[in-house]
Write a protein that binds this ligand. Sequence first.
Ligand code: CMP
Length: 445
Amino acid sequence: MLDPESPQRKLWETIMLIWTIYAAVEAPLRIVFGYELVGPMVYIDYLLYAFFAIDILVRIRTGFFVDGTLVTNQWLILKRYASSWLIIDLLAAIPFDYFTHSWIAHATDMARVLRLLAVDSAKLFLLLQLIKFFKVHRLAQVLRGWGSSEVLNPGIMRLLFFGFWITIGSHWISCVWLLLGKANPDLDSLTNYIRALYFVTTTMTTIGYGDITPSTNVQTVFTMGVQIFGAGMYGYLIGNLASIIASIDIAKTHHLEKMEKISAFMRFRDIPLELQTRIRTYYNYLWEKRRGYDESEVLVELPSSLKMDVALHLNREIIAKVPLFKGASASMIRDLVQEMHPEIFMPGDMIFQTGDIGEEMYFISKGVVEVLSTEGNVVATLTDGQFFGEIALLLSMPRTASVQAREFCDLYKLEKEEFDSVLSRYPEFAAQVKEEAERRRGSPG
Ligand code: CMP
């Protein structure tokens, strides 16, 4: 039994996609021009039927999902398949055209039956090609699967699908157009086809040069349909293009919108130019680092187990960088990761000053900060993986020094309450922090 999500099954889908596209393009051409297959085309046609037949077996052996559970019961799979596309798939896998050529030509009984039904074998042959054409449902199904798997950006996917259906739709409409009118006998099949495609394209895009016109009444009526459909489709495309393009990079669109809003606000409130530049620099840095996503906002909807896994993944860098976390137990890391919140500081920002009430400590993920004494001397320079702000929390006293960002700093903040609770639960961690705090307090500054 095959899993519909397995890579083998996906590969099969892709192979079938190619065969189905081939059938969807070739079958209408054969209906229109009624040509005989020659050379390698014959073998390709045999292969097509073989793949269509194997596809039925694959589908019978593939489970399906109900409410997230994989159903592998053979009977249920068959029942589901039978009530959907089984008949069409079976008919499409039978090489009727070979029967019509060899059997019907010789089987006089069959020929009589056909005559009685007022169907000649050529017409029957056309009809049978149409069955193959129904296999297109497979195409829609595979493309839908690709769409929902989000292998590509959904916006780009929508554009590609749209382009694909327009192309294949124009091909079909061109074939019907040829079927309904009189082909120019002075031109070969290829030229007739290209001219039909040209006519359909100019009509559907509402350009309509009018150099090619319908030659029969049915073709005229059909053209009216194509015109209405074309105008609708064209309007739909233009109407949706802006939103599709915006959706290609949702984060960027969101970021630009936000920047516009902020700029408007800053102009309205006469924010000094220098401050405006700093605000813009901050947002641009945020964009570079996080594509403008607020992690806590993204996480808030997830169930707690998923939230934890995502948090561990997002914070893996800081966990790897901080020497204090090296020997820590998995449970401590889990507790900490949930409590640490990212914060960004810009070059020159005072993170806090001597004498401030300390409510949090920081771990440096990236960047350099300077610890400044009351006189403004640099006591220490701290960088990736180091922490600061622990003394005020440990000893419940005001900040013993000021800390200033020297460059853009990505910090992780741990509030006092969480700091205390982690410390009480993990004495080894507490001992290490205390040791470092004492060493710092003992050092000059
Ligand atoms: P806190 O007193 O909360 O705020 C200032 C911080 O600077 C302090 O915690 C320490 O984390 C840090 N700090 C103070 N002195 C030193 C030092 N000598 N070396 C490194 N860091 C220090």
